[in-house]
Design a protein around this ligand. Structure first.
Ligand SMILES: Cc1cc2nc3c(=O)[nH]c(=O)nc-3n(C[C@H](O)[C@H](O)[C@H](O)COP(=O)(O)O)c2cc1C
Length: 319
């Protein structure tokens, strides 16, 4: 167990912090700032409409910083661009890929021979052991404290389970917003941490100021899990609009879900409608406000340059 590598050793970086991939939020500027601060960062491939835009971002990051960075791939059927995205990332020889919401088998098969590392989001031990057997380089333990599609189990339980029963490094994700917490997870055997929500309030994040300041104005008690937006429980701020539409599937939706075919189409419709609302809310004023964030908004007191947020997060660490 003690021989397991830390995130610093896996990637050759100064601090054990990964700025987590976030749909609509992560961009090249955030990655550049994270890398220049001695950490690492990843972007969902989904944040780029075209292959050319993704390649342009990689070029820009490589020109303006030197550290290792990665991309997130949604590896289930909801991502029709998966094959193309994987080819592009392999061609670009990115440092690592984070897989989420599905089997990483194909990604690992393609990436291993190229030396691209694969980190897999996991929410339970059974799945963690599966991806370890497939050849994953590290696990990302997504606890119930996380923003986005959180896991069902707290990392206080999940992380020690993974550390004790798996052999590859385990990165803790969820609810992290202070240097003391990073130290705590590392003491519990984590190789590093993956931090998302608190970086939404960075100056480099491309979303609206209203979204960023909502992280200051609301608190952890205002975070609710909604099944109305992506088909799976998603953490959102309990805005007036979220309160109005509720967080549970309607009776009609529940009835439709009993039928295999209707369920498939219903999921697609819910997903498309939800993503449209989330996208609109992220960039402009709308009465249908849906802001995705996790309970670690409690650590956000101002909108600051990413460098400053990172500096505070790693203040207990020496290189
Ligand atoms: C706004 C937002 C968008 C996210 N989008 C993605 C995504 O596209 N892909 C993914 O694998 N995880 C996504 N996540 C989860 C993060 O990668 C990470 O696991 C999570 O933010 C860690 O918890 P924290 O927010 O408490 O720091 C998202 C999280 C947030 C808050």
């Amino acid at each position: 167990m003690s021989q397991r590598k830390t995130l610093q050793q896996i990637l050759g970086i100064r601090f054990p912090v990964l700025v987590a991939p976030m749909f609509l939020i992560s961009n090249a500027s955030m990655v550049i700032e994270a890398l220049n601060a001695g950490a690492t960062a990843a972007i969902p491939a989904l944040n780029f409409r075209t292959d050319a835009a993704l390649r342009e971002a990689v070029n820009e990051i490589r020109q303006k910083s030197q550290g290792p960075f990665g991309f997130n791939l949604i590896v289930n059927k909801s991502n029709p661009a998966l094959k193309r995205q994987l080819e592009t990332l392999c061609d670009l020889r990115v440092d690592y890929i984070i897989t989420s919401l599905g089997s990483p088998a194909e990604v690992i098969k393609r990436c291993k021979p190229l030396g691209i590392k694969v980190f897999c989001d996991v929410v339970n031990l059974t799945y963690a052991q599966k991806v370890e057997a497939l050849g994953a380089d590290a696990l990302i333990a997504v606890g119930s404290e996380a923003g986005g599609h959180c896991g069902p189990v707290s990392n206080n339980i999940l992380l020690p389970q993974l550390v004790n029963h798996c052999h590859i490094p385990v990165i803790a994700a969820g609810g992290i917003g202070s240097s003391a917490q990073i130290a705590k997870w590392m003491e519990m055997g984590a190789a590093g941490v993956s931090v998302g929500t608190v970086f939404i309030a960075s100056e480099e994040a491309p979303v609206s100021m209203a979204y960023k300041t909502a992280l200051i104005d609301f608190s952890a008690k205002d975070i609710v899990l909604s099944s109305k937006l992506s088909g799976s429980p998603l953490t959102v701020i309990n805005t007036e609009y979220v309160q109005k539409i509720g967080t549970k599937a309607s009776l009609l939706e529940k009835l439709m879900k009993r039928n295999k075919w209707l369920k498939k189409y219903l999921k697609m419709i819910i997903f498309a409608r939800g993503m449209k609302k989330i996208t609109r809310s992220a960039f402009s004023a709308t009465y249908q406000t849906v802001w995705v964030a996790g309970p670690s908004i409690d650590y956000v007191q101002s909108v600051r340059p990413l460098r400053e947020i990172m500096h505070e997060l790693v203040s207990d660490f020496q290189s």
